[in-house]
Design a binder for this molecule. Structure first.
Ligand SMILES: Cc1cc2nc3c(=O)[nH]c(=O)nc-3n(C[C@H](O)[C@H](O)[C@H](O)COP(=O)(O)O)c2cc1C
Length: 392
């Protein structure tokens, strides 16, 4: 595929270019969401409606982007959310993401459904990888994955809990998206219309679910995980000696129960709108959950972040760290490793410039006063006025 990374000046650029280069089926797999996409749109709209408060005449010449994360220092305030089948965006995508993680000492999520083995990802990330577990419906299979992750050196397990059933994503269904690919006439035409992607993929081999096969059996991304319950969480908490993060939480009572259950951190997320279409905007849930769990409990956030200003808004509403999803895959599709690094620079510059406009030198200074008005806090969907924020 052609390297067009010089054209990436925003995450919208990455998406636009990716759309041009990817087969429709792959673009719709990445960009798609549950139902008609209302939940995905709502996540982005909710960010857009938030306002930041500019401040003046503070000396902000020296700005730092690093943040503390589980006792260490991440040199950027955002990491890489776990995503299955990243190599569909371009061969080698998982390892490109892992190298970004290594470079900036931020976590990359190695998905259960990754297209590169969990061992290769943590190696390329020089340890900066967290293993994301989908309960497979069979505890023995999950146990086997946890043992492998442990042996590979993973210290953090991310248990994704918002997929009891995979959301219906009509854009995928219309394209006949299946793993492994099923080649029908429409897929053939689709691939033929996108020769650079098709040739690169043909040359490297179609991406596979790399954590499976052989002794590790098969993985069906659409299979039911509806049997997971709180007792499963208890067993996983008992079993996994490292840090346990639970991803996909939008409810205050659930967050409080997870905190009581000894989970080390919660990742507030609506799976980027790919699960329950009518879910509330995840950023609203973050504010409510921060109020409920108190100022010191680690909260991570993903869903709908499209700019550095969005990153800052999530910190203002109580996140201790945030994760990016789709934009990273679009950047890789648009410009390969160079495109990815360019988008990471775009986000970093956007965060840094926004900090300057807010009169701040680091993310540590972000707090409730970084938000411009009370309109968000007064929104009845949050229920308790302005969200309380850690950093003040
Ligand atoms: C193509 C794709 C695959 C994904 N696969 C997984 C996965 O395997 N495990 C998981 O926990 N989340 C998965 N997610 C969800 C992301 O981790 C994250 O929650 C979401 O992308 C964030 O929203 P955003 O894309 O709007 O930034 C996936 C998302 C996308 C776009």
């Amino acid at each position: 595929m052609m390297a067009l990374s010089s054209d990436i000046h925003s995450s919208a650029d990455a998406r636009r270019l990716a759309r041009r280069h990817l087969p429709w089926m792959v673009y719709d797999y990445i960009d798609g969401a549950a139902g008609e996409g209302e939940g995905e749109r709502r996540n982005r709209d909710a960010f857009r409606e938030l306002r930041l408060q500019p401040r003046i005449l503070n000396n902000v010449e020296h700005r730092r982007l690093e943040v503390p994360l589980f006792g260490e220092t991440a040199t950027l305030p955002f990491g890489i959310s776990p995503m299955g089948m990243c190599n569909l965006s371009r061969p080698g995508a998982d390892l490109m993401l892992a190298r970004v993680a290594k470079q900036y000492e931020v976590p990359t999520g190695a998905s259960t459904a990754a297209s590169t083995s969990l061992e290769s990802i943590i190696e390329a990330a020089a340890g900066n990888a967290w293993f994301q577990l989908y309960f497979s419906g069979q505890e023995t299979a999950s146990e086997a994955l946890m043992s492998r992750a442990e042996a590979a050196g993973y210290q953090t397990l991310v248990l994704t809990v918002d997929v009891p059933e995979v959301g219906r994503r009509p854009r995928e269904l219309r394209r006949g998206f299946k793993m492994p690919f099923r080649m029908g006439v429409s897929q053939f035409v689709d691939f033929a219309c996108h020769p650079p992607w098709s040739l690169a993929t043909l040359f490297k081999g179609a991406p596979e679910l790399a954590n499976f096969g052989g002794a590790f059996g098969e993985f069906d991304r659409t299979s039911s995980r509806a049997g997971a319950d709180w007792s499963l969480l208890e067993r996983i908490r008992e079993r996994w000696k490292g840090r346990l993060v639970v991803k996909g939480v939008l409810s205050v009572p659930d967050a409080k129960a997870l905190q009581r259950a000894g989970v080390d951190a919660i990742q507030v997320s609506s799976h980027g709108g790919r699960q329950l279409e009518s879910a509330p905007p995840a950023i609203h849930a973050l504010a409510a959950i921060r109020n409920a769990v108190g100022p010191d409990y680690p909260l991570f956030y993903d869903s709908g972040i499209r700019s550095g200003e969005d990153v800052i808004k999530a910190y203002a509403l109580g996140a201790n760290f945030v994760f990016l999803g789709r934009p990273l895959l679009f950047a890789i599709a648009a410009g390969g490793e160079r495109g990815l690094s360019q988008l990471v620079d775009v986000f970093s510059q956007e965060v840094s410039i926004a900090l300057a406009q807010l009169g701040l030198s680091s993310l540590d200074g972000i707090g409730q006063s970084s938000l411009a008005d009370a309109s968000f806090g007064a929104d009845s969907s949050i229920g308790s006025g302005q969200p309380s924020v850690r950093h003040e």
